[in-house]
Design a protein around this ligand. Structure first.
Ligand code: ADP
Ligand code: MG
Length: 546
C-alpha cells in the first residue's frame, strides 16, 4: 500500500466488514452485481447533469457512458470502470467510509448474537459496496470527479483506508475504477466465461453497455501460395474426378488456417429497456427478474403483481408497476414526515430521479416501478417539474392503474363470496392465486386503510378492498360485499366492534345475536374509530358500532 492520508472506518462499518469476511456466506457472486449497479447509478447521475450542461461529459472517450471490465490473470486483478460522475476526495471519505442506512446497526447487532448474513436484506440494508470483501482483502478505488483531482482510495480488511492524490495511474478522464486484488479462493472471477455468465445473470437490466476486455480465438487464413505444395498445384496433374476429390479431402481447409488470439471489447448486455418492449413479449420470469434488479431485492420471492402499460393520448408515457412480495420493515415508520420513494422517473429513457415523491399518493408508496415519459421537458428543476401540467395527468393515470392492479389481485383471489357465480373452470384457474390477496392484505392492508383516510375521491373503490374478520367469517377474511350478501332480512346496517375480546365483554350484543346479525371486528393497525370516522357508509349501508 502506498502511504496516503489514513482514515478509520466508522465503527459499525468495521463490524460489518468483519461479518462479511468471516461469514460462511457462499454467494460471493453478488459483489459484481453491486459494483455494476453502482457504476450504472454513477452514469445515470452524469447523464442527468448533461441534460442541462453538455460540457460536463467532456470529450472523446470520456464522454462515452459505458462500463468496462478487465481481468488480469497474472496479477489476479479484476477491475471495473465506469465513466460516471466520479467521486471527489470528500465523496470518497464520506461514501465509502460511513454507512448511512438506518437498518445497519440493527443488522450488525443481530449478527453479533449469531445470525446469517443472508438475513441482511431483511434489514433494508445490504452489503452493497462492501460485498467486495467477499472476494478481495485489498482493493483500490480510483476516482475522478469533474470538480477535483484524481484520487486513489485503498483499503485492506483492517478497519482503515488511505486516500492519496493519484500521480501514478493512467488518468481516467472522469469516473471510477474499482480494482479488486482477488483472494486465491476467488480465482474463478478471472475466468472470462464465468464472468460473462455472471454479468448476464446480474446485469440484464442495466441501461448502459457493459464491455469485457475479452480474448478471442480467431482463425487466420494462411494464403494458399505460402503453402509448399502450392507450386505443384499450379499445373494440376491430369487426374480423374475421383482422384481430385480425394486430394481435396486431404487438403483439409483447417490446414490452411491458424488459430490466433486477440483481445477486444466484447459487449455483454442488451440495453433495450424492458418497459419499452411489448408487454405480450415479456415473460413473467423477466418481469420478476426486472423487479429484483429494480428493487435491489434479490430474494426468491416473486412480486405479487405487475402492471405494464403505455398511456397514449394527452399524456404519453410508459410504466411498470409492481406490488412487492413483502412490506419493508419500516414502511409505516414516520409515515407522515418521511418521503418514501419507490418510483423511478425517466424522461425519454434518461433516468431523472428516484427522489420524486409526487407520482403516487403516499398510501401507495409501497408500490415499486418506473415511469418513462416522452413529453416532460428535460430542463426543468424538480420544483418546476412537479408543477408541470402533464405531471398531473400522469399522476392521475398512474393512480387509476395502480388501483386497478390491486383490485385485480383481490378479484382473482377466490374467497367464498367471489367464487359464488363462477364456473368450475374459472374456479380452478383461480386456484393458483388462492391466498394471494390475503397475503397482500397482511403486508399492505394498513395502506388501504390509510388510503380511505387520505383519498376521498377513491374512498369507495378502496373500501371494496378492505378485509375483515367477523363473527361469521370463520377465521377467514371477508369483504364488505361479502358481509352485505350475508345480511339478514330486516338488517340495514353494517355492525362492527373493536375486537374479539370486546365482543365477549359486551352483552349488549343481544339484539344482534337474537337476529343472528354478523359483526365485523375492526382491528389495528389503525383502529376502528379512526377508520369509521372516514368511512361512514358503504353502498348506502351505515356503519354502526355495537
Ligand atoms: P448505494 O449504492 O446503495 O448507495 P453502496 O454501498 O453500493 O450503496 O455505495 C455507497 C456510495 O458510494 C454510493 O451511494 C455512491 O455515492 C458511492 N459510489 C459507489 N460506487 C460508485 C461509483 N462507481 N461511482 C461513483 N460513486 C460511487
Ligand atoms: Mg450500490
Amino acid at each position: 500500500r502506498r502511504s496516503g492520508e489514513m482514515f478509520e472506518f466508522q465503527a459499525i462499518l468495521t463490524n460489518l466488514i468483519d461479518i462479511i469476511i468471516n461469514s460462511p456466506y457462499r454467494n460471493s457472486d453478488i459483489f459484481l452485481r453491486e459494483l455494476i449497479s453502482n457504476a450504472s447509478d454513477a452514469l445515470d447521475k452524469i447523464r442527468f447533469l448533461a441534460l442541462t450542461d453538455k460540457e460536463v461529459l467532456g470529450e472523446g472517450d470520456t464522454a462515452k457512458l459505458e462500463i468496462q471490465i478487465k481481468l488480469d490473470k497474472e496479477k489476479k486483478i479484476l477491475s471495473i470502470r465506469d465513466r460516471g460522475i466520479g467521486m471527489t476526495k470528500e465523496d470518497l471519505i464520506k461514501n465509502l467510509g460511513t454507512i448511512a442506512k438506518s437498518g445497519t446497526s440493527a443488522f450488525v447487532e443481530k449478527m453479533q448474537t449469531g445470525g446469517d448474513l443472508n438475513l441482511i436484506g431483511k434489514f433494508g440494508v445490504g452489503v452493497r459496496f462492501y460485498s467486495v470483501y467477499l472476494v478481495a482483502d485489498y482493493f483500490e478505488v480510483i476516482s475522478k470527479h469533474n470538480d477535483d483531482k484524481q484520487h486513489v482510495w485503498e483499503s485492506k480488511a483492517d478497519g482503515s483506508f488511505a486516500i492519496s492524490e493519484d500521480t501514478w495511474n493512467e488518468p481516467l478522464g472522469r469516473g471510477t475504477e474499482i480494482r479488486l486484488h482477488l483472494r486465491d479462493e476467488a480465482k474463478e472471477y478471472l475466468e472470462e466465461d464465468n464472468l460473462k455468465d455472471l454479468v448476464k445473470k446480474y446485469s440484464e437490466f442495466i441501461n448502459f453497455s457493459i464491455y469485457l476486455w475479452a480474448t478471442k480465438e480467431i482463425d487466420v487464413e494462411v494464403p494458399a501460395d505460402v503453402d509448399e505444395s502450392s507450386e505443384e498445384e499450379e499445373s494440376p496433374p491430369e487426374s480423374t474426378e475421383e482422384e481430385e476429390r480425394e486430394e481435396g479431402e486431404e487438403k483439409n481447409p483447417k490446414a490452411n488456417t491458424v488459430k490466433e488470439t486477440s483481445t477486444e471489447w466484447e459487449l455483454l448486455n442488451d440495453v433495450k429497456a424492458i418497459w419499452l418492449r411489448n408487454p405480450r413479449e415479456v415473460t413473467e420470469k423477466e418481469y420478476s427478474k426486472f423487479y429484483h434488479s429494480l428493487a435491489k431485492d434479490f430474494g426468491d420471492d416473486k412480486p405479487m403483481s405487475c402492471s405494464h402499460f403505455t398511456s397514449e393520448g394527452d399524456v404519453e408515457f410508459k410504466a411498470l408497476l409492481f406490488v412487492p412480495p413483502k412490506a419493508p420493515q419500516d414502511l409505516y415508520e414516520n409515515y407522515y414526515s418521511s418521503n418514501k420513494l419507490n418510483l423511478k422517473l425517466y424522461i425519454r429513457r434518461v433516468f431523472i430521479s428516484d427522489e420524486f415523491d409526487e407520482l403516487l399518493p403516499k398510501y401507495l408508496s409501497f408500490l415499486k416501478g418506473i415511469v418513462d415519459s416522452d413529453i416532460l421537458p428535460f430542463n426543468l428543476s424538480q420544483e418546476m417539474l412537479q408543477q408541470h401540467s402533464s405531471l398531473k395527468a400522469i399522476k392521475k393515470k398512474l393512480l387509476s392503474k395502480a388501483l386497478d392492479m390491486i383490485k385485480k389481485l383481490a378479484e382473482e383471489d377466490p374467497d367464498e363470496y367471489s367464487n359464488k357465480d363462477k364456473t368450475d373452470e374459472e374456479k380452478s384457474a383461480m386456484e393458483e392465486k388462492r391466498g394471494l390477496y390475503a397475503k397482500f392484505w397482511n403486508e399492505f392492508g394498513k395502506s388501504i386503510k390509510l388510503g380511505i383516510i387520505e383519498d376521498a375521491t377513491n374512498k369507495n373503490c378502496l373500501a371494496k378492498l378492505l378485509r375483515f374478520e367477523s363473527t361469521k367469517s370463520e377465521g377467514k377474511l371477508a369483504s364488505l360485499d361479502e358481509y352485505i350478501s350475508r345480511m339478514k332480512p330486516g338488517q340495514n346496517d353494517i355492525y362492527y366492534i373493536g375486537s374479539k375480546e370486546k365482543l365477549d365483554k359486551f352483552p349488549l350484543l343481544e339484539k344482534l345475536n337474537k337476529n343472528n346479525y354478523e359483526v365485523i371486528y375492526l382491528t389495528p393497525p389503525l383502529d376502528d374509530e379512526e377508520l369509521t370516522r372516514w368511512l361512514t357508509r358503504y353502498k348506502g349501508r351505515v356503519f354502526k358500532e355495537e
